[in-house]
Design a protein around this ligand. Structure first.
Ligand SMILES: *Cc1c(COP(=O)(O)O)cnc(C)c1O
Length: 379
C-alpha cells in the first residue's frame, strides 16, 4: 500500500541495503584530529581540542559562552541547576519529547509539569502555556507558584523538535511576565536558526547534544550555551567536580559532577563542526525533495516555518491516523527502510503518570501520526 512512498525514500539513498534513520558522516579532519589527540597523550578532560571546540561552537552559535559536557542529558541537568531549580520546584516542559528532557528535570530533584505543544512546531505551545499559568499559578513575593500544589514554578524548558524552532519568542515573553526562567532543550537544534538567531540563544541558558544520532557528533557529548558570565563559570565549576584552582591541593567547595567532555570527543566534534554547514545544506536539499514528493502524494510533511532556517536533522511525515501510521511503520521497516514513530508521551510513562499536566490534545494527536523517515547526509 505504501510501496510508492517507500520506494521513493529508497531512491534518494541509491542503495538496496538497509537504510538507517540517521547515520553520522565523517568526511573531514576527524582522523587527523584524533591522531593528533592520541600522539599528544592528552585524550582526557584537559587538552587543546576542548577549548578550541568550545570557542568554535560559541562563535558558530553567537553565544557568549559554550561549555562542554559528556552528553546532552547532563548538560540539561547542569543548566537547570544553575538556572536556580531547587528540590520540589516545578519545571514546565512538553510531554512530546525525548525522555532525557524529563529525566534531567528529575535529576535536579524537581517535578516535570506537562503542557501541550503546537501542531505546526511540535514544540511547547505559548497559548497552552499561558492558559496553564492563568489557571494554576500565582505570584508570591515575586516568584511564580502553583497555587494547587504550593510548589514554586521555577523554570520552563521547551524543546525544539527535530531541529524546528518552537514559538520561542512568545514563550520567552510569557516566562518574563510570570517570573519563570527559560531553559531551552536545543539538543536537536545544532545549526538551526530562528530570525537569524541560533536555537538555544533565546533563553537564559540552553543545552545542545552531540550524540551519535544527532546532526553532528562527538561520539557522546553536549554543550551548554549562555550569555551569562556567572552561569557559565558556575557550570564549568560544577562539571569539573567543583574543584577550586590550586597549585597542588584538592579543594572542592561544592558537590560537583564529573561532566566535562574529554579531549578526544572534542577533537571529533571540531572536525564535525567544520562540516556542519555542508551537512545542513545537504539535508535541506533532501527535505526539499521529500516536501515536493509528499505534497504531490497528499501526505503531510513537517515543513519549515516562516523566519526559520531549520537544520532538518530528522524529517517527519504526518499520517492520517494511528492505523495508517502503524501500517506504514510495519511496511517500511520490513522492507529495510528504517522509520520510527515520534516518542510516546511522557505523561503516559509509568514514572510520570501522576505528574501535573494541562490539556494535551495536540500532543496526543501528533503522537498517533508522526513518523520519522531516513534523513542522513547523502554523499
Ligand atoms: C538527544 C536528546 C537529548 C539528550 O542528549 P544526549 O546527548 O543523548 O544525552 C535531550 N533532549 C532531546 C530532545 C534529545 O533529542
Amino acid at each position: 500500500m505504501y510501496k510508492q512512498l517507500i520506494n521513493f525514500i529508497r531512491d534518494q539513498f541509491k542503495t538496496d541495503d538497509f537504510i538507517p534513520l540517521h547515520a553520522p558522516t565523517f568526511v573531514g579532519k576527524e582522523k587527523e584530529y584524533l591522531n593528533e589527540c592520541i600522539d599528544s597523550t592528552f585524550v582526557s578532560s584537559v587538552g587543546k581540542f576542548v577549548d578550541l571546540f568550545e570557542n568554535k561552537v560559541a562563535e558558530y552559535t553567537k553565544s557568549k559562552h559554550a561549555i562542554v559536557c559528556v552528553n546532552g542529558t547532563n548538560a540539561l541537568h547542569l543548566a537547570l541547576l544553575v538556572a536556580g531549580v531547587k528540590p520540589s520546584d516545578e519545571v514546565i516542559t512538553q510531554p512530546l519529547t525525548f525522555i532525557a528532557t524529563t529525566n534531567a528535570i528529575v535529576y535536579a530533584n524537581a517535578n516535570p509539569v506537562f503542557v501541550d505543544v503546537d501542531i505546526d512546531t511540535m514544540g511547547l505551545s505559548p497559548k497552552a502555556l499561558r492558559i496553564f499559568l492563568e489557571e494554576n499559578s500565582e505570584l508570591r513575593n515575586g516568584e511564580c507558584y502553583n497555587k494547587f500544589t504550593n510548589n514554586r514554578i521555577k523554570a520552563c524548558m521547551p524543546m525544539h523538535t527535530f531541529g524546528h524552532a518552537c514559538r520561542i519568542e512568545e514563550i520567552l515573553s510569557i516566562c518574563e511576565e510570570y517570573k519563570i526562567e527559560l531553559v531551552e532543550d536545543a539538543a536537536e537544534g545544532m545549526g538551526s536558526f530562528y530570525k537569524g538567531k541560533h536555537l538555544g540563544t533565546f533563553g537564559k541558558i540552553a543545552a545542545v547534544s552531540f550524540n551519535g544520532n544527532k546532526i553532528m557528533t562527538t561520539g557522546g557529548g553536549g554543550i551548554i550555551l549562555t550569555d551569562n558570565d556567572e552561569l557559565a563559570a558556575e557550570v564549568k565549576h560544577l562539571s569539573t567536580q567543583s574543584k577550586v584552582p590550586h597549585k597542588w591541593e584538592y579543594v572542592h567547595d561544592n558537590i560537583g559532577f564529573n561532566y566535562r567532555m574529554p579531549n578526544i570527543n572534542a577533537a571529533l566534534g571540531l572536525a564535525q563542526l567544520e562540516k556542519l554547514d555542508f551537512f545542513i545544506e545537504n539535508k535541506r536539499e533532501l527535505a526539499n525533495v521529500y516536501s515536493s514528493f509528499f505534497k504531490e502524494k497528499g501526505v503531510s510533511f513537517f515543513e519549515e516555518r516562516e523566519d526559520e532556517k531549520c537544520n532538518f536533522w530528522l524529517n517527519a511525515i504526518i499520517l492520517k491516523d494511528k492505523k495508517e501510521r502503524d501500517s506504514f511503520l510495519d511496511e517500511s521497516n520490513t522492507s529495510g527502510v528504517m522509520t520510527r514513530p515520534i516518542w510516546q508521551l511522557m505523561n503516559k510513562l509509568p514514572m510520570f503518570k501522576d505528574n501535573v499536566k494541562g490539556m494535551l490534545t495536540n500532543s496526543e494527536w501528533l503522537e498517533d501520526r508522526v513518523v520519522n523517515i531516513p534523513s542522513s547526509v547523502r554523499l
